[in-house]
Ligand binder design. Structure first.
Ligand SMILES: [Zn+2]
Ligand SMILES: [Zn+2]
Length: 360
């Protein structure tokens, strides 16, 4: 599959406007697509859609196949409304499986609001607890809502559908380090596979390899937002992905993704998608072929640029004198006598003459 895909990718680059068909989501504003295999034969598999949702600095991935919705992590609590809107747009009514990789708020912060909004059938958690209020609230909500709680640990396998299989490959112990305790999940769909890592660390990676799990995957969710405390070259070589996705916030204070990891991925010649640059990333699998589309959303903005719609003021007129000025003129009228214009021509059209001092 992998060699084939490289050939296909080449073909795609050459015939990118004709040969590459990729399903684009209809609620998108900006969508770009790439296709990853040439094989045209249809299989009886239902498509799998994997959404790497842009939740700023945090993780959230939605897998959809055959009407089954699987959600891995929820992002921060302040992203919950964005997340819920995204899920509704993707047609989610019920969460069949919720995985919360570890008790950090950039992964489980939105879970309480999510559980208030959608019925959740079961939640997978590790036995790594945390002392924070948000963690206690999460556990309380799971209890109050009578949601089935399943312990996630290495060796657990799940048949999400007849054709969609999950295997938990970590954690195999209780780590002191909360990130190291992350659930690592491999999902297989036909000949395609996806690896989800939460914030697993190099320690976790070494344990996974020691346990002998096959972590090879076509798509790798880069661990811990591209931190260099994860993603050892040894582990990346074992995964040997074609596509990497980094879930990361714009201008985050951690410097994620770290330079070393960007260089490592560059050297491996894999396609890298990032939520801070691409928005949400949707990868569709038909069991043989993968296609990628990206969708810009507004959640990865931690600045206010582009959110204001107020009209730009470029010239200020004096209602009494019917003279218009640059906004920097020293002879501007009182606020109550000001009228704003966006262009010289609109000022002239309204019968205003230019100020002789500021010469607009
Ligand atoms: Zn974490
Ligand atoms: Zn994190």
């Amino acid at each position: 599959m992998k060699k084939l895909r490289y050939f296909a990718l080449l073909l795609c680059m050459i015939f990118s406007f004709t040969a590459c068909s990729a399903e684009a989501v209809d609620f998108s504003t900006t969508t770009t697509s790439n296709s990853y295999a040439s094989s045209g034969t249809n299989t009886k598999l239902s498509d799998l859609k994997v959404h790497y949702i842009d939740v700023g600095q945090g993780d959230s991935e939605l897998l959809q196949s055959n009407g089954v919705n699987i959600l891995i992590d929820t992002g921060e609590s302040d992203q919950a409304d964005n997340l819920i809107r995204y899920l509704e747009n993707a047609g989610v009514q019920t969460i069949d499986y919720l995985f919360l990789t570890h008790p950090h708020t950039d992964h489980m912060g939105g879970a309480v609001k999510l559980m208030e909004h959608f019925p959740v059938k079961q939640v997978y958690l590790t036995n790594r607890t945390h002392t924070t209020v948000s963690y206690r609230k999460l556990i309380q909500t799971i209890k109050n809502k009578n949601i089935k709680r399943v312990q996630a640990k290495a060796g657990v396998t799940i048949n999400f559908t007849k054709k969609l299989r999950g295997e938990i490959v970590a954690p195999n112990q209780t780590y002191d380090d909360i990130n190291a305790s992350s659930i690592v999940l491999k999902v297989t769909h036909g000949s395609n596979s996806f690896l989800f890592t939460g914030d697993a660390t190099i320690e976790t990676e070494q344990d996974i390899l020691k346990d002998g799990y096959d972590v090879s995957a076509d798509v790798y969710k880069v661990a811990h937002h591209g931190s260099s405390t994860s993603n050892s070259s040894e582990f990346l070589n074992a995964v040997n992905p074609s596509i990497c996705v980094i879930e990361v916030g714009k201008n985050n204070s951690y410097g994620h993704p770290h330079r070393e990891i960007k260089e490592l991925l560059n050297k491996m010649k894999v396609d890298v998608y990032r939520t801070d640059l691409n928005g949400s990333i949707i990868i569709t699998s038909n069991g043989k072929k993968l296609s990628v589309s990206t969708k810009k959303t507004s959640s990865n903005r931690n600045d206010t640029s582009g959110t204001t719609t107020s009209k730009k003021v470029t010239y200020i007129g004096n209602k009494n004198s019917k003279i218009y000025h640059k906004t920097t003129c020293s002879a501007l009228p009182d606020k109550k006598n000001q009228v704003k214009f966006q262009s010289k021509s609109s000022a002239e059209k309204s019968g205003y003459r230019p100020c002789s001092r500021c010469k607009p």
